[in-house]
Design a protein around this ligand. Structure first.
Ligand code: HEM
Ligand code: HEM
Length: 440
């Protein structure tokens, strides 16, 4: 999808030059003096990176306020949340704000990753920034996860219990890792203290440090990715302030209004006080991990919790290091063929994953079919290899049918993984009931 070739810099009445002043200088701390005119077009970024940054600032401000009252002990945590909700002026609003923007930041950062991927902004000179971005995503998820435990209610206690139980299946170090993270055998006082310190100290500091590096890399690459063009208007440089700043402020205010309205009308959940002796049924992991929890119902735990996520992560970190595609990057979905491949990949992944979940629930039982073998082979390596061969065959078919080049095949693999994970995640969140049985 190419930019309309209007004369952006001269026809747009908003484009102007600001008089240098205090705020101008402040804004220049995170912006270059001049940017390319076409990088202002909204569909290039949808403002998602900036929104993620603003949400982090909101989290830091509301989190610091919550720290004044929150008590990180099993005896005091739940009561301090009740106190924030009922006694502290605007306490409930601040807690809701922290809760909802904590959820929203995961979604926005993920959408930002999709934007970056589908405009191929992972090729040099932005390759390293893709890798930094993946670590940022991990930090945001860890921040959300460590925050999840802090209210110390039945929801948070048991969600963290099932999620940390998954670590047991990491080969060799699983048990030690689980105990180190919990600070003992069970989720208890030491776990809360560890999570609190990670949540309000180590992780935000790490995120902040890495963000500085992330923005510096954007600047070093000469701004965001723009498809190569000979149109002089599109490559023309214009002052970033106020042209870019005004747009950022508009998007920022809209985002703040949305989060505020959500926080005014919808309370963050709070169930009964955590009771380690009574487990609700079903116990679900936080929503972003429920795809992994769903995988556990179909594969041996070592495959579901360790091998499959490791393979997916290895691919995500390494594919930008393969030889770049032949055309110039920056166009949404790369080529017309790329668009078709993404559509075919999304539809086929959706159907295949839905059928596999239903078949896994009612028909397939490798363990019963191959009773002589250890479970890690019968219900682990064998189905994994069958899936591997099936996907390889499907990929080969797509490559031949579309005469797809490297970047287009990357679109196929990524979209397939993405849709499969989303289906697994929603199946886990919506369609799993008592005893994690499928309830349609
Ligand atoms: C990206 C950054 C962050 C995310 C995604 C995040 C997420 C969360 C989540 C999901 C909760 C549970 C909210 C609830 O249901 O009650 C929480 C609680 C909390 N967070 Fe954060 N947080 C972030 C940054 C921070 C920072 C920087 C601080 C403080 C310096 C902080 C302090 C707290 C405190 C004190 C609580 C317990 C109060 C409560 O649960 O309402 N957070 N956080
Ligand atoms: C807290 C998390 C993050 C924040 C605050 C953030 C912020 C930003 C901002 C403000 C930009 C400038 C352009 C834009 O807005 O799109 C940007 C660009 C970029 N981000 Fe992020 N980002 C985050 C996470 C990620 C993730 C998860 C990835 C991918 C794995 C990523 C990869 C990139 C890349 C490659 C660019 C350059 C894009 C281009 O040149 O078009 N970032 N980021």
């Amino acid at each position: 999808m190419n930019m309309p070739s209007e004369n952006i810099a001269t026809k747009n009445p908003i484009l102007k030059k600001a008089k240098p002043g205090f705020f101008h200088t402040l804004a220049l701390l995170i912006h270059p003096e001049h940017i390319r005119a076409s990088s202002l077009v909204f569909h290039r970024t949808f403002g998602l990176g900036g929104m993620a940054l603003l949400l982090f600032v909101l989290q830091a401000v509301s989190g610091i306020l919550l720290r004044f009252v929150y008590e990180p002990t099993p005896a005091g945590a739940y009561d301090s949340i009740l106190f924030i909700k009922t006694e502290v002026i605007f306490g409930n609003l601040v807690r809701n704000l922290h809760h909802w923007s904590g959820m929203l930041i995961v979604v926005i950062v993920f959408l930002h990753l999709l934007r970056v991927f589908y405009t191929q902004a992972y090729y040099p000179p932005r390759r390293m920034n893709w890798v930094i971005g993946l670590v940022l995503l991990l930090l945001v998820i860890l921040l959300n996860f460590t925050g999840y435990l802090l209210p110390w209610d039945q929801l948070s206690y048991w969600a963290v219990t099932v999620s940390t139980n998954m670590l047991e299946y990491v080969p060799l170090i699983g048990d030690g890792l689980k105990q180190a993270i919990r600070g003992g055998e069970e989720v208890s006082g030491p776990t809360l203290l560890i999570f609190y310190n990670l949540h309000t100290g180590v992780l935000p500091a790490a995120l902040l440090a890495l963000l500085v590096f992330h923005f510096w890399k954007v600047r070093k690459a000469g701004g965001i990715i723009i498809p190569s063009t000979k149109n002089r208007d599109e490559v023309q440089k214009i002052p970033a302030i106020p042209n870019l700043l005004e747009r950022e402020i508009a998007v920022g205010l809209a985002l703040i209004a949305f989060v505020l309205l959500l926080s005014i009308f919808v309370n963050a959940p709070l169930l009964e006080r955590a009771d380690p002796s009574f487990s609700p049924n079903p116990v679900k992991a936080p929503w972003y991990f429920s795809g992994v929890q769903e995988l556990l119902l179909h594969f041996h735990p070592t495959i579901a919790v360790f091998v499959i996520p490791l393979l997916a992560a290895a691919w995500l970190f390494s594919f930008p290091y393969m030889k770049p595609g032949l055309r110039s990057p920056g166009v949404w979905f790369y080529t017309r063929k790329g668009q078709q491949i993404v559509t075919v990949s999304a539809i086929s992944s959706f159907l295949i994953t839905v059928v596999a979940i239903i078949a896994g629930e009612y028909l397939i039982d490798f363990q019963a079919w191959l009773p002589g073998l250890p479970e890690v082979i019968s219900n682990g390596l064998i189905p994994l290899m069958i899936w591997g061969l099936f996907l390889f065959g499907l990929g080969y078919f797509i490559k031949r049918k579309f005469k797809a080049e490297r970047t287009e095949m990357q679109l196929w693999i990524f979209t397939f993984m993405l849709v499969a994970y989303l289906v697994l995640m929603f199946a886990g969140i919506i369609f799993r009931g008592q005893g994690m049985a499928l309830t349609i």
